[in-house]
Design a protein around this ligand. Structure first.
Ligand SMILES: CC(C)(COP(=O)(O)OP(=O)(O)OC[C@H]1O[C@@H](n2cnc3c(N)ncnc32)[C@H](O)[C@@H]1OP(=O)(O)O)[C@@H](O)C(=O)NCCC(=O)NCCS
Length: 162
């Protein structure tokens, strides 16, 4: 597969809203309105993966000075601190038909590279237990159960320090 990773544009809103709906249960998926806000607030921290001009995956997250994600960050774009310390990962999605080909890994490595080049202290995310091993492969360390109750499920805080 010839995958291209590029920055999001507002014209991609329909495509990414559709992917988010396919990839997450309703309670966890970012709404179209929320994705619209994210594109407008932190376009430099929102990337898509394309194959043959079709968007098949995405990664995004705001910047914060906190070293763990807290729920208000997801919905309140005024909490984005453009020159802050940590890149967050709000969403990492790959369409089901394209999974297990390393596309999420390409998106993650791209976000890590951009974050390093931007002088961040690291990248933070929350994930379900079943994906802790996956993120560990990028160097993320599990800090334990997160205070996030997003979607009513248990999340684990993970941090990759540069
Ligand atoms: C998680 C996700 C982004 C991975 O995308 P991908 O392009 O298939 O990822 P890669 O090809 O880089 O790697 C696949 C890895 O994900 C792991 N994985 C994916 N879903 C998993 C699950 N439900 N349980 C356990 N491991 C899972 C695979 O085991 C594989 O790990 P391996 O490399 O150790 O074999 C994709 O499955 C997805 O969009 N899932 C739904 C949304 C989601 O949960 N996103 C993560 C938010 S924290």
């Amino acid at each position: 597969m010839d995958i291209k990773i590029r920055q999001i544009s507002i014209y991609d809103l329909d495509a990414v809203a559709k992917i988010e709906k396919i990839c997450f249960p309703e309670a966890e998926a970012a709404t179209r309105e929320s994705l619209d806000q994210r594109i407008k607030t932190f376009p430099h921290n929102f990337f898509v993966a394309e194959e043959d001009k079709k968007i098949i995956g995405l990664i995004n997250g705001c910047i914060t000075n906190e070293s763990s994600i807290y729920d208000e960050l997801y919905e309140d774009s005024s909490l984005h601190v453009p020159d802050g310390d940590y890149q967050t990962i709000f969403g990492l999605d790959v369409l089901p038909d394209y999974r297990n080909h390393g596309i999420a890994a390409q998106l993650m490595n791209y976000m890590i590279k951009i974050s390093k080049a931007s002088g961040r202290k690291g990248v933070i995310l929350t994930c379900k237990k079943k994906l802790i091993h996956y993120y560990s492969k990028f160097g993320y360390v599990n800090k334990g159960i997160s205070k996030s109750v997003h979607g009513g499920v248990t999340w684990y805080d993970m941090i990759l320090k540069f």
